[in-house]
Design a protein around this ligand. Structure first.
Ligand code: GLC
Length: 602
């Protein structure tokens, strides 16, 4: 028995130490990548000359990816290449892109060496469909960019479209779904173009830190075989053993742990913490290549939230620039990148080398948490405050240990902020004004890795507890969440047509009484169904009230079930501690009640 206990203790300690050291599934060669967290993607090529418009016609696709114009607008190969006449080679200087990446606080740069159009941006011996063929004196953008990266201490990546290639007659383009492709034909492209070009990229430009493939389907759904992919990966491992390979090679990281990181969908941000490295490729607007008619610019705050959100789940963000045919980076992009760089110059400690913390993603309504373990085991939690609470009080729920200090990261003096810690709850007194116009970062420092109390609903900055569908613990009955509809006037809810019971756990820091409000829609007769809210020490029952209908917009003939907040009554919490809040719903026969939320008001 003793033996078993010591075994268990050892396993627990091992698990903790693996965790404390950071993400557990990281290949050693990818450690720089999980530290870097932020990189630059560059989409630049022949298509940059079209700017999303061909002979007056806009790109033929609602998804306005300007780099797809050759394929989408069915452009003739010879005509396509004439777009290069619009390029201003004298002003094109890849070093400027690297300098911008540096100013933006990015740690790596990855450029479209060959995009789907098949055009190589380097001096390729394999094909004369390359930049050297069309420039005088000959240009080699990979050479210029790799020199600049070395000069500015920036990691370097090459994007290489291996699956799709609209230039080589034996390669894949989507019309092959109609006309077919033979394995021999495709392999000829593979042997003639992909492998030798990769060989060039891997041997001609010094150390390459990542090759970024772009097959957004698993190989089993494509004409590429697993053998071909392994051959390609083998070539990289042989020629550049430290070079990272992403999952868009066509092999998932879950099936092959030799893949160094998972690439999410385009502009897809993280939704949960992962132990393996991952990355979101993201745009500042929508298109990757420069698009003259671009309108969907994201704000600096949105971009910072995306970066912070990813890091808080162990992810990376690679943010794209689409320079024009004269090399210029659009002001809208440059401006946001410089803003992010300024933010990182102050708050970078909360991003670089940081990891997720154990609390769940949406635990707090004020923002996100990243963490860092310092050499002696001391730990810093970085609280990224998206909204600065109007009462200057920051509630942090779910951490059992008390911090040893609290301060704003931007404060060079690291002046102590007052705080109060009780059991699993810390309340911090914030300065009057936010320290940053975008996201202010507060540091909580602990003398060891802090332990958490899982599964608590946090106190809201709006003075209560939002007990919602996503954070409930179902005791019995209905749990399916029905998605929102009718322009969002019907919010996501649970259709409760049988006796159901939901529970949440909250921490209350002092004796108090709180009002309980339940939002629901009930189209039955008042007084037939029942509802009750309890906290273990007292219970308040109430009859269901008919909520009636609602009209969201005039003259559309839409009558929508109304969801209203119903005050159930007041609950007494006699002492500080963790409470289970239970909501019991007993609808009348055949009269469902649509449950939305329970709000406890302090
Ligand atoms: C998609 C597109 C491509 C773009 C890439 C960036 O795969 O085909 O144009 O380069 O996403 O993530």
């Amino acid at each position: 028995m003793k033996n078993r206990i010591s075994h268990i203790i050892i396993i627990v300690l091992l698990t903790i130490s693996v965790f404390v050291q950071g993400q557990s599934k990281v290949n050693p060669r990818a450690e720089w990548f999980t530290d870097a967290r932020f990189g630059m993607f560059i989409h630049w090529g022949v298509y940059s000359g079209a700017e999303g418009i061909w002979k007056g016609e806009k790109l033929r696709d609602y998804n306005n990816y300007a780099e797809w114009i050759y394929y989408r607008n069915r452009i003739d190969r010879e005509e396509y290449i004439t777009l290069l006449e619009r390029f201003d080679w004298e002003s094109i200087d890849p070093e400027q892109w690297v300098v911008l990446a540096k100013k933006a606080g990015m740690k790596y740069v990855c450029i479209t060496a060959k995009h789907h159009d098949g055009f190589a941006l380097w001096d390729s011996e394999v094909s004369n469909y390359d930049v050297a063929e069309y420039t005088d004196p000959k240009r080699d953008i990979m050479k210029e960019l790799s020199d600049a990266c070395r000069k500015h201490d920036m990691k370097l990546g090459f994007y290489y479209s291996h699956w799709v290639d609209w230039e080589h007659p034996g390669a894949w383009d989507h019309t092959r779904e109609i006309y077919g492709i033979s394995a021999e034909e495709y392999d000829r492209y593979w042997q003639e173009k992909v492998l030798p070009q990769m060989q060039e990229l891997l041997t001609g430009y010094g150390k390459i830190d990542m090759i970024w493939f772009d097959m957004w389907k698993h190989h089993s759904e494509t004409c590429v075989t697993k053998e071909q992919l392994l051959q390609l990966k083998g070539l990289i491992r042989e020629l550049q053993p430290q070079c990272l390979v992403n999952s868009r090679l066509g092999l998932s990281i879950e099936e092959d742990s030799d893949i160094d990181y998972k690439t999410m969908g385009d502009n897809q941000l993280g939704s949960k913490k992962e132990e393996f490295p991952w990355q979101s490729p993201a745009t500042v607007a929508h298109s990757w290549g420069f698009h003259a008619l671009e309108e969907q610019w994201k704000s600096t705050s949105t971009l910072l939230h995306s970066l912070i959100g990813n890091v808080s789940l162990n992810g990376n963000m690679m943010l794209n620039i689409g320079p024009r045919a004269n090399g210029d980076v659009p002001y809208e992009i440059e401006n946001r990148l410089l803003d992010m760089g300024q933010w990182l110059a102050v708050n970078g400690e909360a991003i670089y080398g940081c990891q997720a913390f154990d609390l769940v993603k949406d635990q707090h309504d004020w923002g996100r948490i990243t963490s860092k373990v310092l050499p002696e085991g001391r730990t810093r939690l970085y609280l990224h405050l998206y909204n600065w609470p109007l009462n200057h009080q920051l509630p942090v729920t779910g951490i059992k240990d008390a911090p040893i200090r609290a301060y704003m990261l931007s404060d060079k003096q690291e002046a102590d902020l007052a705080y109060d810690h009780k059991q699993v709850f810390t309340r911090i007194e914030l300065p009057l004004l936010p320290s940053d116009p975008y996201v202010s970062v507060l540091v909580l420092e602990y003398d060891h890795y802090p332990e958490i109390e899982d599964g608590l609903v946090s106190e809201s900055v709006y003075g209560g507890y939002a007990l919602q569908l996503g954070n409930t613990i179902l005791k019995e009955g209905k749990e399916e969440i029905i998605a929102s509809s009718t322009q969002g006037w019907i919010p996501p809810h649970i259709k409760v047509d049988e006796k159901s019971s939901y529970t949440w756990r909250i921490f209350v820091e002092e004796p108090l009484s709180m009002n309980a409000d339940v939002s629901y829609s009930y189209q039955g007769e008042s007084g037939k169904g029942k509802i009750s809210v309890s906290n273990g020490s007292n219970e308040i029952p109430q009859e269901l009230k008919a909520s009636g209908l609602f009209v969201g917009e005039p003259n559309r003939g839409l009558k929508t079930p109304d969801f209203q907040s119903n005050r159930i009554g007041s609950l007494e919490f006699p002492s500080a501690g963790i409470y289970e809040i239970t909501l019991d719903i007993k609808p009348a026969k055949e009269e469902a009640m649509d449950f939305l939320w329970l709000w406890l008001e302090r």
